[in-house]
Write a new protein. Structure first.
Length: 651
C-alpha cells in the first residue's frame, strides 16, 4: 500500500495555510490575547505550563463551584479540575438557553430516506429534560448505568445527554454490532435500563434491531425496562412489563429538569473498545476534564465559529461520534449535521449533495471514506457546489498522501487545510493534530496538541528520530480516560506498564527531523478495518465457537480502501465434513457473533497454524506472509512446513 514507510519517507510536500485564513482563526486570536507569536512558541509555552493553557480554556465553561487545582498527576492516575462542581450538560445545553443560541439549530438530521428533522437548542433542551425525567421516574440515579443500542437518530444524543444530565453513566453500543455485544455490555455494566429502536434501514435494507434485542433479553437479568423507539414503523413484539414505547413515556413528561451537580471527576460514560484479548475494554470518561478537552479541540482544531455548519460523518456509537457529534459541538454552540445512512447511498453523490444542501463548512471523515470516493471519481463531487467548505478533517487511520491530496484538491478545492487528527477512544480528544495555522505535510498528523508531550521510542524507551517506534504519551491531558470499568489492574497493565508510567498507545509511528509525527498503524493484535478497531482475538474466538473449527488465526490484510481487511486461517476439526458452503457459513457466523463490521474478507483452510515448540501460535509469521514482509527468525517454529502451505494460499 502507498502508505508504506518508504512512501511516507519520500513525502516532502508542505502546504502552508493562507494568511487570511489563519488571521481569523480562534487559535490565532487566542494567541494574540496571550502574547504568543507563533505555533512553535505556542507548543513550547503550553508544554512548559499546561496550567496556563487549560485554566484559560476551562474558564470559558461554567462551573457550579470553581475548581481548586487544575490537575494532579500521579502517573498513571490523573485528576483534573479538583474539587470543582460541574455538569457537561449545563455547558452543552442549559447555558445556551439563556443566551443567543437559544433559537439556533443544534442538530440538523437527515435520514437515509431523505427525511429531514431539526432541533434548536431550546427544543433539544426540552427533549433532553423530558427524557431525563423519564429516567428519574424509572428510578435511575446518579452513578447508575444506562445501556443504549440505537441507530443514528436524534433520540440517540437525546438519550445520552439525558443520562449525563441526571448523573447517570451511558454505555452506548454501536448499532452495527450484533445484539450479543449489547448483552455482554449490559451484563458488564449491570444496567437497569436499556434503550433501542424497532429498526432502521441500511442501503435500503431493513435491520430489525428490536427483534435481535429480544433474543438476548432473557440473558440480561439486571434490565428492568427496555425503552423502544418507533423509528422505522416495523412490526415489533412488546413484552410486558419490561418493554415500553419511547413516545408513550415521553408524552406527558415535564420539559424542565434539574441538572445534577457533579464532581469534576464523576464518570460521564463508558465506551467499550477492542484490546488485544477477546474481552472489550470499558473505557471510562469523566464530566469536567472530558468537557474541557473536547471543547478546546473543537475550538482550536476545527476552529468552529458562530456561523459554521459542522459535519462529523462518523457514527455516534464510536468515540468520534461521542466527542465530536454529541458533546463538543454543543459545548461550543455549533449547528451540526447528523446523517443516518451510508455515504454512497443511493448514489456516490449523496454526501456531496448534503454538503451543498446544508452549506457544510467544516467536514470530518475517515480516510477509508476518502479512498472510496476517490475510486468513484471526481464526477460525483463535481456535480455539487462545495464552496461552503473551509476546513476538512480526517480521523481513524493513517491517511496516505495520495488520498490526502485528492481530499485537499477535489473536495477542498485547494483552499481547505486538512486536520489529520490522531487520537483514540482512550484519549477522548485529539492528541496529535495540526491546528489551522500549522504547515501541513500530506500523511502526517503534524504535532502534539498544545500541552501534550508525545514521543516515538524504541523497545528500551529511548526516543527515536527518523525511524519507526512505539508512539507514547508522556503527559496527562484533561480528557484522558480514568480507568477501565471494573478492571483497574488492566488499565495499569495494558497502557502504563510496558514503559513505566508512560502511556502506550499501541501504534507505531515515526517522528521526522521537523518533529512531525507520521502514524503507521497498530503494533498490537488490533486491526483497523475502515477506521474501526477490531481485535484479532475477538474474531478468532467467534470463529472457534463454530462447531467445525479447531483453531483459528486472524490477521489484517492490506486493503486499498479499508486500510485493512480481516483474513482468517482455519484448522478444521478432524473428521469435520467440509461442506460446500462452509466458508460462507463461517463468515456469516462471525457476522452473527460480532456484527457486520467484523466480516472476514477471506477464509483459508490450513492443516495447521505456525506454532512454537511450546505450542504458541506465531501469528507474526502469518502476518508477514499476508503483508508480504520477510518472515524473520523462524528458528523456534515447530512446523516450518505450514509456512510453505500459507505461501501457496497467498499466491
Ligand atoms: C486507533 C484508535 C479516534 C477516533 C477513531 C478511532 C487509529 C486514529 C488516526 C490518525 C492514524 C489513526 C490509531 C489509533 N487512528 N486516528 N489520524 N492517523 N491512525 O478510535 O477506535 O479508539 O481507534 O485509530 O491506530 O490507535 P479508536
Amino acid at each position: 500500500m502507498s502508505r508504506d514507510l518508504d512512501t511516507l519517507l519520500k513525502e516532502k510536500r508542505i502546504f502552508k495555510p493562507s494568511k487570511i485564513l489563519t488571521d481569523e482563526t480562534n487559535i490565532k486570536k487566542w494567541m494574540e490575547t496571550q502574547d504568543v507569536h507563533d505555533y512553535d512558541e505556542l507548543l513550547e509555552r503550553a508544554s512548559e505550563n499546561p496550567e496556563w493553557f487549560w485554566n484559560d480554556l476551562a474558564r470559558e465553561l461554567e462551573w457550579f463551584k470553581p475548581y481548586r487545582k487544575t490537575f494532579e498527576w500521579n502517573p498513571p492516575h490523573a485528576k483534573w479540575f479538583l474539587e470543582g462542581k460541574f455538569n457537561i450538560i449545563h455547558n452543552a445545553l442549559d447555558r445556551h438557553i439563556k443566551g443567543p443560541n437559544r433559537e439556533k439549530i443544534a442538530y440538523l438530521w437527515e435520514g437515509e430516506s431523505g427525511e429531514v428533522r431539526s432541533l434548536t437548542y431550546i427544543e433539544l433542551y426540552k427533549e433532553v429534560n423530558k427524557f431525563a425525567n423519564v429516567l428519574r421516574g424509572f428510578g435511575v440515579e446518579k452513578g447508575d448505568t444506562v445501556s443504549i443500542y440505537l441507530p443514528m437518530i436524534l433520540e440517540l444524543p437525546i438519550a445520552m445527554l439525558a443520562c449525563a444530565k441526571i448523573g447517570a453513566i451511558h454505555s452506548v453500543v454501536f448499532s452495527g454490532f450484533w445484539a450479543k455485544a449489547f448483552k455482554d455490555r449490559i451484563n458488564d455494566s449491570g444496567s437497569k435500563i436499556a434503550i433501542t429502536a424497532d429498526g432502521f434501514t441500511r442501503r435500503g435494507k431493513i435491520i430489525n434491531l428490536k427483534e435481535n434485542v429480544d433474543k438476548i433479553m432473557d440473558k440480561t437479568p439486571s434490565i428492568e425496562k427496555l425503552i423502544v423507539i418507533n423509528h422505522a414503523d416495523l412490526p415489533v413484539e412488546m413484552h410486558s412489563p419490561t418493554d415500553v414505547w419511547w413516545h408513550e413515556i415521553m408524552e406527558n413528561s415535564d420539559t424542565e429538569c434539574k441538572t445534577e451537580e457533579m464532581d469534576s471527576e464523576d464518570p460521564l460514560f463508558i465506551l467499550y473498545t477492542s484490546g488485544t484479548t477477546g474481552k472489550p475494554k470499558g473505557v471510562v470518561h469523566v464530566h469536567a476534564g472530558y468537557a474541557v478537552g473536547v471543547y478546546t479541540t473543537m475550538k482550536f482544531v476545527f476552529d468552529i465559529q458562530e456561523e459554521d455548519v459542522w459535519w462529523c460523518a462518523a457514527d455516534i456509537g464510536w468515540i468520534t461520534g461521542h466527542s465530536y457529534i454529541v458533546y463538543a459541538p454543543l459545548l461550543i454552540g455549533a449547528t451540526s449535521l447528523i446523517y443516518e445512512g451510508t455515504p454512497d447511498f443511493p448514489d456516490p453523490g449523496r454526501i456531496w449533495g448534503m454538503v451543498e444542501k446544508y452549506g457544510v463548512s467544516v467536514f470530518y471523515t475517515a480516510p477509508t471514506t476518502v479512498r472510496m470516493f476517490m475510486k468513484f471519481g471526481e464526477k460525483w463531487p463535481e456535480k455539487y457546489d462545495l464552496s461552503s467548505l473551509r476546513l476538512l478533517g480526517s480521523v481513524g487511520e493513517p491517511i496516505n498522501p495520495e488520498a490526502w491530496i485528492w481530499y485537499y484538491n477535489t473536495i477542498g478545492k485547494g483552499k481547505c487545510p486538512i486536520m489529520d487528527t490522531w487520537w483514540q477512544t482512550e484519549t477522548g480528544m485529539h492528541l496529535i493534530t495540526p491546528l489551522p495555522i500549522s504547515k501541513l505535510k500530506p500523511g502526517s498528523a503534524v504535532k502534539p496538541f498544545p500541552t501534550v508531550i508525545a514521543d516515538v521510542v524504541d523497545d528500551d524507551g529511548k526516543s527515536v528520530v527518523g525511524g519507526g517506534g512505539h508512539l507514547v504519551i508522556k503527559s496527562t491531558w484533561p480528557s484522558m480516560f480514568r480507568t477501565l470499568y471494573k478492571d483497574p489492574d488492566r488499565y495499569v497493565e495494558a497502557y502504563w506498564s510496558t514503559f513505566k508510567n508512560i502511556y502506550l498507545s499501541g501504534d507505531v509511528a515515526r517522528k521526522d527531523e521537523d518533529g512531525y509525527f507520521w502514524i503507521q498503524g497498530r503494533e498490537d493484535d488490533v486491526l483497523n478495518v475502515a477506521g474501526h478497531r477490531i481485535s484479532t482475538a475477538e474474531v478468532e474466538s467467534a470463529l472457534v465457537s463454530h462447531p467445525g473449527v479447531a483453531e483459528a488465526a486472524v490477521v489484517g490484510k492490506p486493503d486499498e480502501i479499508k486500510g485493512e481487511e480481516i483474513c482468517a486461517f482455519i484448522v478444521l476439526k478432524e473428521n469435520y465434513k467440509l461442506e460446500e458452503n462452509l466458508k460462507e457459513a463461517l463468515i456469516n457466523h462471525v457476522r452473527m457473533e460480532i456484527g457486520p463490521i467484523a466480516t472476514p474478507a477471506c477464509v483459508n483452510w490450513v492443516s495447521d497454524l505456525p506454532k512454537t515448540r511450546s505450542g504458541k501460535i506465531m501469528r507474526r509469521v502469518i502476518k508477514a506472509k499476508v503483508k508480504g514482509y520477510p518472515v524473520g527468525d523462524i528458528s523456534t517454529l515447530a512446523n516450518p512446513e505450514v509456512v510453505d502451505e500459507i505461501d501457496k494460499l497467498i499466491d
